[in-house]
Each structure stands twice: as C-alpha cells, then as structure tokens.
Design a protein around this ligand. Structure first.
Ligand code: FMN
Length: 225
C-alpha cells in the first residue's frame, strides 16, 4: 500500500478486535515511532495490551470506543507550537499504521487523561492519544468539504497543489470540523484555521496530508508562509 492509498483508505475506527498486534507489525511501527521521535524531539509512545486509557472514565464511555487495547501517547515539551507539531508528526504515524494494516482514531477528549498521564516522563505535556489496533471494520467515509470551499488560488492551479488539496481534504479533523483554508499566491501557501477545539492539532494533520499529496506530484518542498 502506498502512502496515497493510506490517505484514501484511512477512516477513524473506534471498535477493535481482541487480536494483539503481530510482532512484525509492532516492531515496524515502534521503530518508525522512534525515528519520528528523533526527528521531532516529541514523545510518541506505543502502548500495547493496556485497556486502561479507554473504558473506565465517563468521557471514554461517551466516546463509544470498544476494546481499545493499544494506543499511542502523544506528548512533548511545553511550547507554543506543541499541538501543531504533534498533529504533523502524529499523522505520519497514523498513515504508517494504516500501511501496516492497522486502524486508528485520533482522540483528544474521550479517553481517561488521568490514566494516561501516569505514563508520561517528567517534563512532558500530554496532548492526546491515538487509539489503534485491528478494526472490527475499516471505518467509513464521511462528507468532506470541496477543494473549492477549502482553498483559494491566485492564478493557475498547479498539479502539485491539486494533489496536495486532494490529500488535505481527506485529513482527519476533530469533530470533522474542517475549519481550515489554504491559499496559494506566487508559489507560496498559507494555511489558516478558524478558532475551534483542537484546530492547532488539525492544522498539523492537514499540513502533513497536503505535503504528502504535493510530493506525490513532484513538489518535494512546499513553501509555507
Ligand atoms: C485532533 C482530533 C481529535 C479527535 N478527538 C476525538 C475524540 O475525542 N473522540 C472521538 O470519538 N473522535 C475524535 N476524533 C476523530 C474525529 O471525530 C474524526 O477524525 C472525524 O470525524 C473525521 O473522520 P475520519 O477520521 O473518519 O476521516 C478526533 C480527531 C482529531 C483529528
């Protein structure tokens, strides 16, 4: 599966089978997470066979998650851009998991924060978790806003922007709010987000998808304002 396939096939999955992660899958994902931690200086930690993040607290029950035994703790040092960076690097992990045959769901609210905080190292700030495992289903698609609604281009639309937007419209956002907009002017992109819950995380996730789509059309380095 290519990363573009992973973007097309990924949907949030909240119910998982009891099957533990295969050793080779766990190993590949854990190594990838280490690479991402090295690059980002953030702290993503894969926790397996631990049901305590979901299922006990009221919020976790409200979230309708079922049988979450594996999840990634998303944390890092305090800083003004922590959430956006967690979104950007965490989405790379989400897409890697999809390519390895796993299903995922970003979870900002509906999990037990107190149980997960116990897993943090000193100095780390908890941002959210990513639930993961073998889904009972592959999830389903939901309505997405059109590329026209989500972007403005001054002049011709280059192919890399087209492909970047295709990937960005499929990026998960909290509550499926898609409160973002990308403007292209003189070869430079500007990503803006309207205020709302978790939009900083959304911003990083959208930027990751956009860059993957653009790179697929040969634009290795997107210029962001
Ligand atoms: C930053 C972020 C936080 C989220 N938090 C929750 C959550 O607390 N509970 C939940 O059930 N889903 C949560 N989601 C999943 C979104 O509801 C889901 O991604 C969105 O509806 C789009 O669906 P899709 O992922 O299938 O494309 C979150 C997603 C993102 C990106």
């Amino acid at each position: 599966m290519t990363i573009m396939d992973a973007i097309a096939e990924r949907h949030s999955v909240r119910a998982f089978t009891p099957r533990p992660l295969d050793f080779a899958t766990w190993d590949a994902l854990d190594s990838y997470i280490r690479e991402i931690n090295d690059e980002s200086r953030l702290s993503f930690t894969l926790i397996t066979d631990d049901p305590t993040a979901f299922g006990q607290s009221l919020l976790a029950k409200y979230g309708h998650f079922e049988n979450v035994q594996n999840f990634i703790v998303c944390a890092g040092p305090k800083g003004p851009d922590l959430e956006e960076r967690v979104g950007y690097f965490g989405e790379a992990i989400v897409l890697k998991a999809q390519m390895l045959g796993l299903n995922t769901c970003w979870v900002g609210l509906t999990f037990s924060k107190s149980n997960v905080r116990r897993l943090l190292k000193p100095g780390e700030r908890l941002v959210c978790v990513i639930a993961m495992g073998y889904g009972v289903s592959a999830g389903s698609s939901h309505p997405v806003k059109s590329e026209g609604e989500l972007s403005t281009v001054k002049g011709e639309v280059p192919e890399w922007f087209e492909q970047g937007m295709w990937a960005a419209t499929l990026a998960p956002t909290a509550l499926n709010q898609q409160r973002w907009h990308i403007t292209l002017e003189n070869g430079v992109c500007r990503l803006t987000t309207a205020p709302g819950p978790y939009t900083a995380l959304d911003r990083g996730i959208v930027r990751r998808h956009f860059e993957i789509g653009a790179a697929n059309a040969g634009e290795a380095q997107v210029a962001w304002l």
